[in-house]
Design a protein around this ligand. Sequence first.
Ligand code: IPD
Length: 277
Amino acid sequence: MNSNCPVNLHACMDLITKLSRQAGKLIKSRIDQEKSIETKANRIDFVTETDLEVEKMLIEGIKNTYPSHKFIGEESFAAGTREKLSSTPTWVIDPVDGTTNFVHGYPNVCISIGLVIDCEVQLGVIFNPILDMFFRAIKGEGAYLNDEPIRVSDSKCLSDSLVSVEYGSLRTDEFTGIVNHNISYLAKHAHGIRSGGSAAWNLAMVAKGASDLYVEMGIHAWDIAAGDIIVREAGGVVIDPAGCHFELMNRRILAASSQELANEISPKLKQYFPEHD
Ligand code: IPD
């Protein structure tokens, strides 16, 4: 056990591995079935009964073992629960990252769970139960996909890169103008552009070296907490898109295979600063 860490991270990882695998079975069994779908902030911000059930399953499962821990879950947040990051271990959970994919039966759907202590992610799991791809990392111990070590690519410039982007779930003129500007700049100079429809998936792809860069502004902490540590443990960098220090609650992320690539891109981006989580 890391002597500076108030919890046994391996025990935490064992627990969330077991819980994610159970929850993953539920997601997989539901993806091709008819769903009950509601909207939250706007007409493209979906929630299904599976998001709600999986979040409950994960939070209850963790609380049974760690009753004093705190939770920031996508669906609990939408229902009004607000927690601030502190020295108390806090689980940051997206039960179904890629809900729009799930609604359409598109297989990029991930459970994303990060454990944060003192504003720093200590461990993370991203599990795509449809494709059976289980990504995990504990601080200082490397990143793994289905128990095999993974590493970011060696790309150091945009002209050698495959880039992941998203349109996100906002459709104001200001926001779409900024996203269109950034995507067309990246598309013009990169090998290609991909949009996975799940921030966790995009980050997992950077961690395994299949994509070289991912940038999004307007994202939430639950979409990116696990991916933050998995990318860093795979040798990548995670920064704020403006080039400064990454803050989990600021709703902005740029993950890259190298500092050189991150430094090349951030000055070229138009910036969007959403309200913090
Ligand atoms: C969304 C996905 C999507 C990203 C959005 C997120 P959700 O999360 O990660 O890729 O572009 O910004 O809100 O709603 O499917 O959990």
